[in-house]
Structure formats: C-alpha cells, structure tokens
Design a binder for this molecule. Structure first.
Ligand SMILES: [Zn+2]
Length: 261
C-alpha cells in the first residue's frame, strides 16, 4: 500500500508544513520564475511499512501508510530517526507527532487574549497619583493611553457638581479614543486648550484632577509576542477646604505683589 493523497494532505495540514523536530518549513520557495518550489518534507513511519524497516521489532497490525502512523520531517531528520531507531523508538515517535501537532494547532488558533499588569511597569499597589497642573500634562497622559480609568469622590459635593465632573471625565475618555487621529500641530494645540478648559471646569466645580499611569500587557491572539500599553487613571478629588486655603494664599500673594484690587 502507498500513502494515499488524503493521508498526505491530512499529515501536512496537521503538521503545519514543517518538520516535527526542527520546525523548518518544508517548502523552499523558488528563486527564479523558471523553477518550481522545492519540497524537502518527508513522511517518516512510526511503525515500519515492512517488518524489516526501522522500529520493526514493535508489533503492529494496521495500515502503516495511514496518516496516524506518519510523522512529517525534513530530509535530515527523517534519516536520523530511521538510522537511529534505538534512540527513536515507537513511543518517542508517537510523542513527537502528538506534541508537534498540538503545537501547530495552538499556534494557528486564536488563543484567548489575556490582560495583566506589565511586571516591568509601575506597580499599581505602590504607584502614587499626582496632581495634574496643566492641559499639556493632561493631554500627554490621555494621548499616550490606550485605556482610561476614571474615578471620583462625591464627598461634600453638590449633585450638580458631581454630574458636571462626571461629564468631564466622559469627555476625557472620548478624547483618549480620538487621540490617535489628532496629528497636526494645530490639532494638538487645540486639544491641549480643550484640556485646559476641562481642568478649569473641574476646578469651577470644586474638583482637582490627579493621575497616574499603569502599564498593561496583552498576551494571546495570533501574535505570539506580548503587547504592552498604558492605562491613564484619572481621579477627581474635591478641593474641599484645601481650595479655600489656596485662594487665601493667592490673595495674600496678590497683595504682596501689589496686584490690582
Ligand atoms: Zn528537521
């Protein structure tokens, strides 16, 4: 019996077209139009076709040419497993085939995406929040981020103040989503101005914004390499009495500087 076309197709597909040992691609592309591609893959038998073949001591009754009895290898490794049959007994060949075909299946399927904190980034348990002092600062934070985590406190705040600040935080999220399309210097400048306006509106409603950045990483999917990205975390904190103190302080300074009124 010879290896059927169907068995060949199944074996090549399950093996991802590469050697189960060295994972070399088993089709070498042609260099010039006149040539065809070269096939360097070979199908090694786990149990031999005939009792005299490699691994011939193992008892086997069945179709030796079925794809389940074949391992796809490059020419070099085919020679190795058949020459060195004691080093490559049936059980080892079976395991090689199973492991390789599992690896191919896992590599080709979409593996589930997993998001975790990037261990080489800031530690969320230790990283502090810092006060945002300018629209430029806020814009740098927002435009560099791929995700946005807002939070706020309602303590001692009126309902309308809280609602206003929630609206502003939502606006910031929209800016983050749009940021990749904001390219020109004019657009950037405009964005910074809008950030200034947001900060001012927050302040008008008795809030001050604090922020920090945490780096996350995504693994899985078709891309084998992990991808890292920043999450911008913005916390709206009520000024409370602190604001009054600052106001008094500023008034005092104005008087010292000889400011108007
Ligand atoms: Zn190989």
């Amino acid at each position: 019996m010879a290896i059927s076309e169907k068995s060949m197709k199944i074996l090549w597909a399950l093996s991802g077209g590469c050697c189960a040992i060295c994972r070399t691609t088993l089709v070498v592309p042609r260099e010039v139009e006149l040539d065809d591609h070269s096939v360097i893959g070979e199908m090694a038998h786990i149990y031999p076709q005939s009792p005299g073949g490699p691994r011939g001591n193992a008892p086997f009754t069945g179709n030796g040419d079925h794809h389940s009895n074949l391992v796809l290898l490059c020419g070099n490794h085919h020679k190795v497993v058949d020459d060195q049959e004691n080093g490559w007994p049936v059980e080892r060949m079976k395991k090689l085939k199973a492991d390789h075909e599992t690896w191919v299946a896992e590599t080709l399927t979409h593996r589930p995406l997993r998001v975790t904190v990037d261990p080489s980034g800031p530690d969320p348990k230790k990283e502090k929040f810092y006060m945002i002092n300018s629209g430029a600062e806020l814009w740098n934070l927002i435009s560099d981020a791929w995700s946005f985590l807002p939070s706020y406190s309602e303590e001692n705040q009126r309902d309308e103040q809280v609602e206003q600040v929630l609206g502003l935080l939502e606006e910031l999220k929209e800016w983050m989503e749009m940021s990749e399309f904001i390219e020109t210097m004019t657009e950037q400048r405009n964005a910074r101005k809008c950030m200034d306006a947001i900060l001012k509106e927050c302040a008008d409603n008795g809030y001050i914004l604090y922020s920090r950045r945490i780096r996350f990483r995504t693994t899985g999917g078709v891309d084998p390499s992990p991808m890292t990205w920043w999450q911008a975390e913005v916390r709206a904190v009520p000024f409370g009495d602190f604001f009054k103190l600052v106001e008094e302080h500023l008034k005092k300074q104005e008087n010292v500087d000889g400011g108007e009124d």
